[in-house]
Design a protein around this ligand. Structure first.
Ligand SMILES: [Cu+2]
Length: 198
C-alpha cells in the first residue's frame, strides 16, 4: 500500500514538474526530497523511473501536439494565402479577357519611302490581340493615310477600311473574329502592317 502511495505521489510530482517545465530527473529528485529520506525500496525506484519516463513521454506528447497545432495553424495560413493568390489570379484573368484597345501610330514621314525598310510605316506594324479587342490607329503624320485590309494588289475594303485619315485624326476597328489581317495604305503602297487576332 505504502509503495503504491509513494509511486502515486512521485507520479503526481513528476507530472507537476513536467507542467512547470522541469524535464530533467534531477529537478524531480530535488522536489521529492522528503520522500527520499526513508530508504527507498526497489519497487519505489522502479516506480520513480517509470514515473519519470511517463512524465517525459507526456511532455513529449504535449510538445508534439503543440508543434502539430502550430503546423496546423501554419498550414491554414498558407492555404489562406494560396486561396487569396488564386482569387487575385482569377480577377486578373477576368480583367485580361475584357476587351482592350490597342494603339498603332502612323509615324511622321511615312508619306515618303524608307519606313518599309525597317517595317515602321505603322508603329507597331505587327500586333497580336484577342478577339473582341479594338485597334485604334492615330495619324501623327502631317499628310493623309489609310488603314485598308488586304494588300496593294488585293485590297479588301469590305473587311475594313478607314478611308482617308487626315493629319492628327484617328480611326478604330474592333476585331470580332480570330484570324490574320494584313493591311496597307491606299496612298502609299509601301506602308503595310498586320493584326493577328487570337
Ligand atoms: Cu499612307
Amino acid at each position: 500500500m505504502v509503495s503504491i502511495d509513494k509511486a502515486a505521489i512521485v507520479l503526481t510530482m513528476a507530472i507537476v514538474a513536467i507542467a512547470l517545465g522541469f524535464t530533467s530527473t534531477g529537478g524531480i529528485t530535488q522536489d521529492v526530497g522528503p520522500a527520499v529520506t526513508t530508504p527507498p525500496t526497489v519497487s519505489t525506484e522502479t516506480s520513480e523511473s517509470e514515473a519519470s519516463s511517463f512524465g517525459a513521454d507526456l511532455a513529449a506528447e504535449i510538445r508534439e501536439k503543440a508543434s502539430s497545432m502550430e503546423e496546423e495553424v501554419m498550414m491554414e495560413e498558407i492555404e489562406e494565402e494560396v486561396m487569396m493568390e488564386e482569387i487575385e489570379e482569377e480577377v486578373m484573368m477576368e480583367e485580361s479577357t475584357e476587351p482592350q484597345t490597342h494603339t498603332v501610330e502612323i509615324p511622321v514621314g511615312t508619306g515618303g519611302l524608307g519606313c518599309e525598310t525597317t517595317n515602321e510605316c505603322y508603329s507597331p506594324a505587327d500586333i497580336t490581340i484577342n478577339a473582341g479587342d479594338t485597334v485604334e490607329w492615330i495619324n501623327i503624320d502631317s499628310v493623309a493615310h489609310t488603314v485598308t485590309a488586304g494588300s496593294p494588289r488585293d485590297a479588301q475594303v469590305e473587311v475594313f477600311d478607314s478611308s482617308l485619315m487626315m493629319a492628327d485624326k484617328s480611326w478604330s476597328f474592333t476585331f470580332e473574329d480570330a484570324g490574320s489581317y494584313d493591311y496597307f495604305c491606299m496612298i502609299h503602297a509601301w506602308m503595310t502592317g498586320s493584326v493577328t487576332v487570337n
